[in-house]
Design a protein around this ligand. Structure first.
Ligand code: AMP
Ligand code: MG
Length: 342
């Protein structure tokens, strides 16, 4: 267990340079060895807790876990189980691994019920909710488009209109029928492709945080490639973890927060330019093309899957969808482009 933890720390050093360009910078200025306990709405300091940090590559991104625990043994054990929970999510949702539950289930016969795991059911339930609230702008069945774009970009070209039209026949979450109670799903079309890139990391960070909590860890932060879930405040900082967000080039704001999740979406790092047009990796399901608005969106929400998915939706639809989401999800904060709070 410890060996694995040390290995993940070594991996962390190797990948750090690559991921520092992330839009979302997390600064945890916490060097004390004391952590707060909640007592009747106030915080009491528990000086037996120490800070531990672990990192690994998960879901194709740098993942770090910062936590406060009584001993290294407890901390390493909890972090290992949290990393395992993230790997489980990736094994279920990946659209890169043919062996993932997602890829296996869509490759089976369509128009018949297929048994799925509770984990896969949960992410489909959340996706369905987001599909509904976003009027279809969030749609994991865009996998048909994203895989088409991946191939075309490797060939340094934009997909043809014919290719887009062909892929569009496989897109539409309304063609995914879900029996959440019975853990079953039915795909109305053969060869549909599910892409959970817009919700998977937030969903996985939520699960990792819950695993830490089952190990008695309350003060913790899970960061999977910029999708961040934060638990109770760190030691001696009852206001929370210091989070710095670089909203646009050069502009940054910082705030202390706890018991929330943060996600950023946009095309600042992943885009393709052809004939002077810049296409984001985020697809507008209405057209099949990468969005061109260059929105950079940061969302603060009560959990990781909401923050992750809402950030992606606002990247597609722009700020006009924000009031609808704010009515749906309390305590939602959305920053679009200029860093203005919506
Ligand atoms: P994010 O970085 O969280 O905004 O997620 C973007 C990723 O989600 C993309 O790289 C695709 O894998 C996937 N994706 C792209 N467009 C959509 C969409 N409209 N709805 C759901 N997932 C999408
Ligand atoms: Mg997202």
């Amino acid at each position: 267990m410890l060996a694995r933890t040390m290995q993940t720390q070594a991996q962390h050093k190797r990948v750090w340079g690559f991921f520092t360009s992330s839009l979302l910078l997390v600064v945890c200025l916490v060097h004390t060895s004391c952590a707060p306990l909640r007592t009747a709405g106030t915080h009491r300091t528990d000086c037996t807790l120490k800070r531990y940090e672990y990192a690994s590559v998960q879901m194709g991104s740098r993942c770090s876990i910062v936590l406060f625990a009584e001993s290294e043994e407890i901390a390493a054990n909890a972090a290992d189980h949290a990393f395992d929970a993230i790997s489980d999510v990736n094994r279920a949702l990946s659209d890169y691994q043919p062996s993932s539950e997602s890829m296996r289930s869509t490759s089976r016969n369509h128009n018949q019920w297929i048994s799925i795991t509770p984990l896969f059911t949960q992410v489909l339930v959340r996706s369905k909710e987001m599909f509904k609230h976003s009027n279809g702008a969030f749609d994991p069945t865009v996998g048909a488009y994203t895989h088409l774009w991946r191939t075309a970009i490797k060939e340094n070209r934009v997909p043809t209109e014919d290719e887009i039209r062909h892929a569009s026949e496989l897109v539409g979450f309304r063609n995914v029928h879900l029996d959440a109670i019975g853990n079953r799903v039915m795909f109305k079309h053969a060869s549909m492709i599910l892409d959970f890139g817009a919700i998977g990391k937030g969903f996985a960070a939520d699960r990792a945080m819950r695993v830490l909590q089952t190990h008695g860890i309350r003060s913790a932060l899970v960061n999977i490639g910029g999708d961040i879930v934060i638990g109770d405040p760190p030691p001696d900082f009852p206001d929370g973890w210091l989070i710095s967000v670089q909203v646009i080039d050069g502009e940054q704001w910082s705030s202390r927060m706890h018991s929330v999740a943060i996600a950023t979406s946009g095309d600042s790092e992943r885009y393709f330019i052809s004939d002077g047009v810049r296409y984001s990796h985020i697809i507008d399901p209405r057209t099949g093309y990468g969005v061109q608005n260059q929105n950079t969106v940061t969302v603060i929400a009560s959990n990781g899957s909401t923050a992750d998915a809402v950030a992606s939706v606002v990247a597609v639809l722009g700020a006009q969808i924000v009031p609808k989401f704010k009515a749906q999800y309390t305590d939602l904060k959305v920053f679009v482009d200029s860093g203005q709070s919506q």
